[in-house]
Design a protein around this ligand. Structure first.
Ligand SMILES: *Cc1c(COP(=O)(O)O)cnc(C)c1O
Length: 609
């Protein structure tokens, strides 16, 4: 895996230069330098870096490709987009979206009461708000309140019950009726891990029969002029564009039929989200088979074609792509705390004046191994270690000899892997996976990469530095939770190789990329690890500014979130120390001070790295 697949997943947002990963924007700062500048102030543990310029780029790209397709196809409808809040509700993300989105009238989509409140508070008056998901009377009333306050809001009904509630509220009060959308249940389904949102047995949407019923209910209640949108969503991270095209044909025809049966105000088709992000690091497997160009052209062309055939005016097109907008803006930076095989370091060798002949032989192989002879020397070393282990079992060599033998063979294997890294063969590959190095990373997979834990979703990972030297250690990554699921194992088909580093001499920082969508609020506090420190970093021509930083919750705050009283916990700790016996009072005092510092920090590890 050359360059850790940066040319596959990074979408030109990151580049490798002078052996470091850099932002491919303005002053192109290196991620390693930014991280080390923050760590200089004593920050330890994982960090999330947010880059608003990448969110801006994604928003601009989405609008510009649809604009281009609309012009190219002479399409009569307009393009609109909303950001689905469930993908990332964090303030610094929503802030970046609404500030850049203002010039496009980019809106927000809400799927719960809390998200709806956030959408109403944060969406400018002329930008659209769409509301999906299951709703009760209260949530629908919130929609009326938003409409009354002047918002351009569309409540998409998931079933006839919700429409009945809308009609009920309209009768009960004089608040402005919001726009009404209908989520249609499509026959066609999406593809990929998240494709459960479409299909006959889908969780959401109205059947044809229910749609006809809804129209007659709205006519009867005299709110048919509020029915402006039909909506579908075929699932997240669409791997293939074909199901979307089928869905568009189905939805386009439903739209045209609805116009014929008197849905006069209907003017919008909302095609949901699902635009995929490239997460793969290996060229042989990629996440999607289309580009944003093909996606936008297909949508615009198909809808135009269907409407022209049925002689219906072109509808406005709404999208609710979320993953595409924010996945790439965030990077999780984690220091490596330990390489487990560092016990095999040459510095632990301790030879005797007289060593067993096979050990002397291994010493020779270890000293003289070269590109030419390495396969032969490797075979010899593997043969010798077998013999040496037998000699140990029979009591002919001692523990020190055995330790020396293990270290030497380990080194010979490492050297031969390195020397043959340009022309690997099957035998070496097998050796590699049996000789994995376990890298302990100061992070929690449950908190920061929950989709890896739950769905085995791969996220691109690479070191932020040392990129001019070859990474040859087959790597498995362990997090610091004490759960055996907190591991990203070595995968022979999609191998990850990292550097051999001496952590006593240098830091080793890894970056997990494209983590900006879904991971943050999905993340869970398993073992009570919290959302990491986050930094919003704005890059300018000369350098960069950390515009906002949010510290991770400290230990007492974490305990509070699950219902403990901070004061009570503190009191219990203090009482224990007060009654404990100390030789001097100063020591009691200092210990208490130390304890207070510890619990005012977050729970990630603070060892050297
Ligand atoms: C989740 C969701 C989206 C966002 O999907 P992405 O794959 O993130 O683009 C859009 N619309 C609806 C209705 C959703 O449930």
């Amino acid at each position: 895996m050359k360059n850790f697949g940066i040319d596959i997943w990074a979408n030109n947002n990151f580049i490798i230069e002078n052996s470091q990963v850099k932002l491919n924007y303005k002053s192109s700062p290196s991620l390693y330098d930014i991280a080390q500048a923050i760590r200089k102030d004593g920050v330890r543990g994982p960090m999330i870096f947010r880059f608003p310029h990448i969110i801006h780029k994604q928003i601009q790209t989405l609008y510009s490709y649809f604009d281009k397709a609309i012009k190219h196809n002479n399409y009569q409808g307009k393009f609109h987009a909303v950001f689905p809040l469930k993908v990332n509700q964090f303030p610094n993300v929503v802030e970046a979206i609404t500030s850049e989105g203002a010039k496009f009238n980019y809106g927000l989509e809400a799927g719960s009461k809390a998200e709806l409140i956030l959408a109403i508070a944060k969406t400018p008056k002329n930008a659209p708000i769409t509301v999906n998901g299951f709703k009760d009377k209260e949530m629908i009333t919130l929609g009326f309140i938003a409409a009354q306050s002047g918002h351009n809001i569309t409540i998409t009904i998931e079933g006839l019950g919700e429409l009945k509630t809308i009609i009920e509220i309209a009768k009960e009060c004089s608040l402005k009726v919001p726009n009404i959308g209908i989520r249609i249940r499509l026959h066609s389904t999406g593809s990929g891990t998240w494709a459960k949102s479409g299909g006959m047995d889908a969780k959401f949407g109205l059947t044809s029969t229910e749609i006809i019923e809804a129209v007659s209910m709205m006519k009867k209640a005299n709110i048919i002029q509020n029915f402006t949108m039909i909506h579908f969503h075929i699932g997240s991270q669409m791997a293939d564009i074909a199901p979307l095209k089928r869905a568009l044909r189905e939805a386009g025809n439903i739209y045209a039929e609805l116009k014929k049966i008197g849905a006069d105000a209907l003017c919008n088709i909302n095609i949901g989200g699902g635009l995929a992000v490239e997460y793969e690091q290996h060229a042989q497997t990629t996440s999607r088979n289309y580009s944003i160009d093909e996606f936008s052209s297909s949508v615009v062309f198909l809808l135009g074609e269907i409407m022209d055939a049925k002689n219906v005016e072109h509808p406005n097109i709404f999208t609710e792509s979320g993953r595409y907008i924010v996945a790439s803006h965030a990077v999780l930076i984690t220091p490596v705390l330990e390489l487990f095989s560092q016990d095999y370091h040459e510095k632990h060798l301790s030879f005797k004046e007289l060593n067993p002949p096979l050990i002397e032989e291994l010493r020779y192989l270890n000293d003289k191994i070269s590109e030419k002879n390495c396969i032969e020397y490797l075979h010899d070393a593997l043969d010798h270690i077998e013999s040496l282990l037998t000699l140990f079992d029979l009591g002919y060599i001692d523990l020190q000899d055995r330790s020396n033998a293990e270290i030497l063979v380990h080194n010979i294997i490492k050297k031969s892997l390195y020397l043959t890294s340009n022309h690997s063969n099957d035998e070496l590959q097998t050796l590699q996976s049996s000789l994995q190095e376990r890298y302990l990373v100061n992070a929690s997979i449950f908190q920061s990469l929950p989709d890896y834990w739950g769905l085995k979703q791969h996220f691109p990972v690479m070191p932020l530095h040392k990129l001019s030297s070859r990474a040859i250690r087959a790597a498995s990554l362990w997090d610091i939770t004490c759960d055996s699921d907190g591991e990203i194992g070595f995968n022979q088909d999609k191998p990850l190789f990292l550097h051999d580093v001496d952590l006593e001499k240098e830091d080793y920082l890894l970056g997990f990329f494209n983590i900006g969508a879904y991971q943050e609020t999905l993340g869970m506090s398993h073992n009570l690890f919290t959302h990491p420190n986050e930094y919003t970093i704005c890059i300018n021509e000369k350098g960069y500014n950390i515009e906002k930083s949010v510290e991770s919750k400290n230990i007492l705050e974490v305990l509070e979130t699950i219902g403990y009283e901070q004061k009570e916990i503190l009191k219990e700790l203090e009482e224990d120390l007060e009654t404990a016996s100390f030789i001097t009072e100063k020591e009691r005092y200092d210990t208490l001070a130390k304890l207070k510092i510890f619990i005012s920090q977050n729970g990630y590890l603070r060892t050297t790295n």
